[in-house]
Write a protein that binds this ligand. Structure first.
Ligand SMILES: Cc1ncc(COP(=O)(O)O)c(C=O)c1O
Length: 387
């Protein structure tokens, strides 16, 4: 038996992928499964982006690119911050990565020594804790619930900060709860982290997918010396293209460039040229229609689930998830999810994927399927809960 490094023992499986694979194998046997597990917009990538990719291929743009991304894309992303959020950033501060997954991993590698701690919300995006464990560092999970809007706050950072803590990471809108940190709370959070001589990392991957009338600001309008992570996966609908980015403080650009050179050489070239079209007005129009479709789905699914007895204390203001308390039905969310999948053809994700805090009494529904399919899902759930 091959002897593996100790740290591999601490990695936890990404349960949503276990459920996706099980759902796919049931589909291969002819079953109809409604996918509410994986966080993937079920829209094809917008036509202008596909067309830009075709042009890039025809022009033979298939080689390695500069490690931090093609200059046009870095500039387009910087322009996007100016237009969308009215924050001016130098394009050199934009580092293009192979999905935001690579950005999250690299930020952890940049900041954490073995034994250092990173504060994370529990529940939160499961891979973050594993990025930390991969470095023999310590994920420091802060329990958050509806009273905290499922987010870290200045108060919780003060309470949970330990002598080995070096940074705190938040996602707004969050996965799995869709809750948002408003600008004032973000500013307070930033100040608290700074007061501890720490660093704030803000994952803005679900930006663009928000449903309130108040436009969301980027954390970059709070300060320059924090890290912002983003991606073409969710709002821009490009999950499989594996393209993300981070905006970083000026002094760390060179170190991150060396890391990008070594760790992945460059992000996919065709994806980068295609992504240039993501910011065009015709693409943004398509993305806005999709955002509205997500909002309509949330507005259908939230009351429908509540009526069935799922408890959802906070109306999610963004992303495409509903994080539901299922304690009236079960005390074992994993068994509950397996039963929904195998017996009723509904794939969803157990709360235990997102941490420990009250995890066994929650499940996450993604509303990435169409409205008619969500209606079928609600019918199936009704039957499942009766039977
Ligand atoms: C909060 C959050 N961050 C980052 C990611 C990683 O996405 P990607 O690597 O596709 O950019 C995800 C994926 O679901 C996510 O939910």
């Amino acid at each position: 038996m091959t002897k593996l490094a100790n740290r591999t023992r601490n990695l936890t499986s990404f349960k949503v992928v276990d459920f996706l694979e099980a759902a796919q194998s049931l589909e291969a046997q002819g079953r109809d499964i409604i996918h509410m597990e994986i966080g993937e917009p079920r829209f094809e990538t917008a036509a202008p982006i596909l067309e830009a990719a075709r042009v890039a291929m025809t022009e033979g743009r298939t080689g390695y690119t500069p490690s931090c991304g093609i200059p046009e894309l870095r500039q387009a992303i910087a322009d996007f911050y100016a237009e969308q959020y009215e924050v001016a950033i130098d394009a050199r501060r934009v580092i293009v990565t192979t999905g935001s997954s690579a950005a999250l991993g690299m930020v952890c590698e940049l900041l954490l020594n073995p034994g250092d701690g990173l504060l994370l919300a529990d529940p939160g995006y499961p891979c973050n804790a594993n990025f930390v464990r991969r470095l023999d560092a310590e994920p420091q999970l802060v329990p958050v619930g509806p009273d905290e809007n499922y987010q870290l706050s200045a108060a919780s950072v003060e309470e949970y900060w330990r002598p080995n803590s070096v940074a705190a990471m938040v996602a707004s809108p969050s996965n799995p709860t869709g809750t948002v940190i408003d600008q004032q709370q973000l500013a307070e959070l930033y100040r608290q982290v700074k007061a501890q001589q720490g660093i704030l990392i803000v994952d803005e991957i679900y930006h663009g997918l928000t449903y309130s009338d108040v436009p969301l600001s980027s954390a970059l309008s709070v300060a320059d010396d924090l890290f912002v992570i983003n991606s073409f996966s969710k709002y821009f609908g490009m999950t499989g293209w594996r393209l993300g980015w981070m905006v970083v403080p000026e002094p760390v650009i060179d170190t991150l460039t060396v890391m990008a050179q070594n760790f992945y050489i460059a992000s996919p070239s065709i994806a980068q040229y295609a992504a240039l079209a993501a910011f065009q007005p015709d693409t943004r129009e398509i993305l806005e229609q999709r955002r509205q479709a997500f909002q309509a789905r949330r507005d259908f699914l939230l009351p429908a689930l509540r009526e069935l007895g799922f408890r959802i204390d906070r109306v999610p203001e963004g992303a495409f998830y509903l994080y539901a308390d299922v304690s009236t039905f079960t005390d074992d969310c994993e068994a509950f999810c397996w039963q929904l999948l195998r017996e009723h053809g509904i794939a969803c994700t157990p709360g235990t994927d997102f941490g420990h805090h009250k995890a066994r009494q929650h499940i996450r529904f993604a509303y990435t399927e169409s409205l008619p399919r969500l209606e079928v899902a609600v019918d199936r759930l009704r039957r499942a809960l009766k039977g």
